[in-house]
Write a protein that binds this ligand. Structure first.
Ligand code: COA
Length: 163
């Protein structure tokens, strides 16, 4: 039997955007199972609390048995080791992402030589997108429907208008 190809897609996902979803759909052509690993970063005050981010992402992929959603804190390399999954997925939006991604990929491999990072190029229509840009636009009541899935848009508006 062929071995299941597993990978981890880490990030803050605060919130998940269509750019992230685009990377996931590209990665699904290569991997059988993808764990979206949502970081709990004690140094950052998130817009959406970890539990809410997890809930939103789980709901988004509820009909997709190939996607798992988990939280992690601390080193990504430790999370990879605990899960026994050594392939990391990252998206590249533009050349400007490369330096940081190169540094992260080599750091993770330094921490655990089994780790490799695989990059997918995002669709160019999302190349300038980021979670903070989406949050900012939502806060200014701009139309964000082409940037985030409908449930995420609803949650952002809800949070902005009702706290
Ligand atoms: N489409 C849209 N937006 C994207 C995107 C895409 N394809 N790819 C990235 N982004 C956005 C993110 O939403 C984020 O936006 P924001 O800064 O406005 O919130 C921004 O680009 C940066 O994304 P990313 O580089 O993925 O940062 P992150 O905070 O989401 O994730 C971790 C970084 C969690 C992967 C990294 O910090 C980590 O592994 N930390 C664990 C500690 C560790 O192991 N350190 C050693 C290794 S360096």
């Amino acid at each position: 039997m062929n071995e299941i190809k597993r990978a981890i897609y880490p990030g803050s996902f605060d919130p998940i955007t269509n750019g992230h979803v685009d990377i996931i759909s590209r990665a699904k052509k290569v991997f059988d199972e993808i764990t979206i690993a949502v970081i709990q970063n004690p140094d950052k005050t998130p817009f959406f609390e970890l539990e809410h981010r997890l809930e939103l992402i789980k709901h988004l992929f509820k009909n997709d048995p190939h996607i798992k959603v988990e939280a992690f804190r601390g080193l990504l390399a430790d999370f990879a080791q605990k899960r026994n999954v050594y392939t990391i997925i990252r998206g590249l939006r533009a050349v400007s992402d490369f330096d940081f991604e190169f540094q992260m990929a080599l750091t993770n491999r330094h921490l655990n030589t089994k780790i490799d990072t695989v990059f997918f190029m995002t669709d160019e229509k999302y190349s300038y997108l980021s979670s903070s840009l989406v949050r900012q636009l939502a806060g200014l009541s701009a139309d964000i429907s082409s940037f985030v899935p409908p449930d995420i848009e609803r949650s952002l508006k809800d949070r902005i208008h009702h706290g």
